[in-house]
Design a protein around this ligand. Structure first.
Ligand code: OAD
Length: 227
């Protein structure tokens, strides 16, 4: 079975009602990154950080996967599909994808601030100051903040190297190390970029599909299933 490796970003979840970061009305237009998504912010204004992620988590509990997520599940009929997502939502999993690696953490999880191996599923939207891990320390969102290492990147690089096809969906490709994954794929493999604002950013044969994920991904998947 051939392997399709898919790198997704906020754009694939946009049609599910989750905000992107850098579009008009994106999250980083309305919030300064360092005020809500950095170790500095957590140290100085933890309530602001909690509020930011609580609001997004609350939305996520009512959001549903869209046609783009479901099409990637269908692709598993013919290919081994490995998804590397920059998204912290769980819409790929809820759609039914089998292999999903989260580069930037997961919104529905909380982590101990003294022991990073203590990670808890959150079955409620609100995480509060005062919610403690079993060792008695404050829980924080299980999110990779700016300035923090990206622990899953090594595994993502190994996955990217296995690709026979590479797809990039709904990401501005400006955040590293995620954007560097394209440099690890084998030379010459077919590479697709589905994004209304896609531009040529890769050396490999690059097929640009300037569509929303809900339209472009199902179409591409049909094409790949029929080839
Ligand atoms: P961005 O907001 O930077 O980019 C979103 C991309 O989605 C843009 O290229 C849009 O053109 C595209 N887009 C918008 N609507 C779409 C749709 N319906 N279908 C397909 N594409 C659509 O988001 P990311 O690239 O995901 O990190 O950002 C990467 C990282 O930056 C995030 O994981 C986050 C952020 O800071 C952390 O928080 C650590």
């Amino acid at each position: 079975m051939e392997t399709v490796v898919v790198l997704t970003g906020a754009g694939i979840s946009a049609e599910s009602g989750c905000n992107t970061f850098r579009d008009n009305n994106g999250l980083w237009r309305n919030h300064r990154v360092e005020e809500v998504a950095s170790p500095y912010a957590w140290q100085h204004t933890p309530q602001l950080v909690m509020d930011f992620y609580n609001e997004r988590r609350k939305k996520l509990f009512t959001a549903q996967p869209n046609a783009g997520h479901y099409a990637l599940v269908k692709l598993e009929l013919k290919y081994r599909v490995a998804i590397i997502t920059q998204n912290v939502d769980d819409l790929h999993e809820r759609a039914g994808s089998s292999h999903v690696l989260h580069l930037h953490g997961e919104l529905k999880k909380a982590r101990s601030t003294v022991d990073p191996t203590l990670i808890y599923e959150l079955n409620r939207w609100e995480l509060k100051l005062g919610d403690l891990c079993e060792k008695g320390s404050q829980l924080r969102p299980h999110i990779v903040w700016f300035g923090e290492p990206v622990p899953m990147i090594e595994q993502a690089i190994e996955t990217a190297k296995q690709a026979d096809y590479f797809m990039v969906i709904g990401t501005s490709m400006v955040v590293y190390p995620a954007a560097s994954l394209i440099h690890y794929i084998k030379k010459g493999i077919p590479t697709y970029y589905v994004d209304p604002n896609a531009t040529s950013k890769a050396g490999n044969p690059l097929h640009i599909i300037k569509e929303k994920a809900g339209v472009g991904v199902p179409r591409l998947v049909e094409q790949m299933l029929n080839q």
